[in-house]
Write a protein that binds this ligand. Structure first.
Ligand code: ATP
Length: 245
């Protein structure tokens, strides 16, 4: 048990979830390393959501609400940290949930599916390995997608994504939204909207933003996007990284 008054309580709690997910077969070993990289960036931004991340979250909500076929892509880290929030967001947006793994194994797919079902998900895409397609015919495990899910999506939320896969998704013409604490990652640089924040803080904010923007007109949503520039916003995000003694 981590004592609640420990100065690193929240951070240690997340670590604990990640280690548990690894032991339960939800996460690949490299998923723990990816978490560590994220932790380092979170430390540098003061473990809080910056104004630029708030702007990106608003643009993400507008994009997802304007989408015809939005899909939320889930990997081991996402399932370990925010399974309930993913299910809630999918309900608010009427978006599909797809399990999409860089290191895909049947065991890990099953373990993540179980976590998502436990969190209240009913339809989960990407679980049937025999029924996957290759995006743009790129015959690589990095290009797989379920036919009615990511393959057919116009907007995909891909948190904590690897750069190679993000590149394939972007090049296929899809609108890609990422949540990535590293503003210098290839994924952050390539995505249409990059939210530089911890996924555990972003998801509740994205749910609330989606609920409030749902009441707005399409024109209002389009205007939010006209006024959002991802490159500029990412530069602002980078400035929030502060090295203090
Ligand atoms: P790229 O290939 O895009 O250049 P990478 O090699 O770092 O980046 P991965 O390690 O596959 O890619 O992706 C993990 C990314 O997720 C890292 O950039 C890390 O900063 C980020 N990350 C890890 N944990 C979290 C978290 N809890 N919230 C948001 N981002 C996170």
């Amino acid at each position: 048990m981590i004592p609640k008054n420990h100065p690193r309580y929240q951070s240690l709690l997340l670590r604990h979830k990640i280690v548990k997910a690894y032991k339960n077969g939800i996460l690949a070993d490299s998923g723990m390393i990816a978490h560590g990289r994220g932790e380092a960036f979170d430390y540098l931004i003061g473990e809080k959501t910056s104004p630029s991340a708030h702007k990106a979250i608003k643009a993400a909500a507008a994009t997802l609400l304007l989408s015809q076929n939005p899909v939320l892509s889930v990997n081991g880290n996402t399932a370990a940290l925010v399974a309930e929030e993913i299910v809630e967001l999918s309900e608010v947006l009427d978006a599909k949930i797809e399990i999409n793994l860089f290191y895909r194994t049947e065991e890990r797919i099953k373990a993540i599916e179980k976590v998502l079902i436990g969190a209240g998900a009913s339809d989960i895409y990407g679980t049937d390995t025999t029924n996957l397609k290759f995006i743009d015919g790129i015959e690589s495990p990095r290009a797989t997608a379920s036919p009615q899910g990511i393959f057919d999506a116009d907007v995909v939320l891909v948190p904590l994504e690897d750069g190679d896969r993000a590149e394939i998704l972007v090049q296929s013409g899809k609108n890609i939204i990422t949540i990535d604490l590293n503003p210098l990652s290839r994924t952050s640089k390539m995505s249409s909207i990059s939210i530089m924040d911890n996924i555990v803080r972003t998801l509740p904010l994205l749910i609330n933003e989606s609920l409030s923007l749902k009441k707005e007109s399409k024109n209002t949503l389009k205007n939010i996007l006209i006024n959002f520039n991802n490159e500029k916003n990412l530069k602002e995000s980078l400035k929030t990284i502060e090295i203090k003694k």
